[in-house]
Design a protein around this ligand. Sequence first.
Ligand code: KG4
Ligand code: ZN
Length: 346
Amino acid sequence: MSEDTRILGIETSCDETAAAVVENGRNIVSSVVASQIPLHAPYGGVFPEVASRAHVESIHGVVDQALSEAHVGLGSIDAIAVTRGPGLAGSLVVGLNMAKGLALGSGLPLLGINHLEAHLYSIWLVEEEPEPEFPLLGLIVSGGHSELLLMTDHLSYKRLGGTLDDAAGEAFDKVARLLGLGYPGGPAIQETAEEGRADAHEFPRARLEGTWDFSFSGLKTAVLRKVRESQPDLKAGVEAPRPGLAIADLAASFQAAVVDVLVDKTLMAADEFEATEVLVSGGVSANRALREAFEERAKSPVRMPPLALCTDNAAMIASVGHWRYLGGQRDALDIDALPTWPISEQ
Ligand code: KG4
Ligand code: ZN
């Protein structure tokens, strides 16, 4: 697999419209991300119709910008890689249609890419580092997923477990809403937690012994109970708590509980499956406390993407595109979006 490639990646699965040009799966030539966060913030979460309309408005400009910043035209691109799922159906379709149109017009191959698989490949985009060596233990923690995987080779996964209820990022977003901290919840909780004590509350850590699964809904309920104990008449999740509630302590104690479960379980799995290295990716991997805990507690190397590549971007889509292009994948121009596409089917 030594053939040189230059892949155009397109990503519209949730609330970022993104396009990128990546060489050889590792070298980011350009990466453009148009965030919709300000559009969704008033709703306290991603509003699907608003998301798809915003993708339609920005997709052409974002793709043009990625190509022009890379100083290339489609003539010097080898394939177009686009997120096919999982994600919001109405949003996925916008990126897919754009990619299909470009593929049809240029004759370039179209590659439908799994967004979760792409989060793992964000690690390969740190070009200065040597490539990780298999077998690898992968943790993907995003707004919609918490997945633990064993990666035995490129594009080859065994799913060990995942969340049974809320994803890690979803738990951050929901608890941020309970505490009146706004959207997206992860960064807001992280900032607030800096001012609080992580040992102020002993929140539950669902270990789910004997499985590699996670559960965060009990933790979310425990935070809700604390809010209600202090302000029983508050419409929690709708109204922000009034002064008097020690929000920073709640945020710090909640964050510590999420971090403990994610780090301990991932490192235990790495041990059990004798992984050479651990890869942590997805929006929640931007979390400072999580990154520090992995660095402190891990015995074998743990890699996490640089902050800009933790959250959604198209460079990671183009990176998977490289490996899949070399592996011979060529998709038909009528492929559908797959809003609930598990990574284990890769
Ligand atoms: O991977 P991502 O950008 O989108 C999905 O594929 O879902 O992840 C978004 C999620 C959101 O739930 C957001 O609150 C969370 O990642 N997130 C964080 C941080 N930055 C983003 N969670 C904790 N700490 C952060 N610093
Ligand atoms: Zn994502």
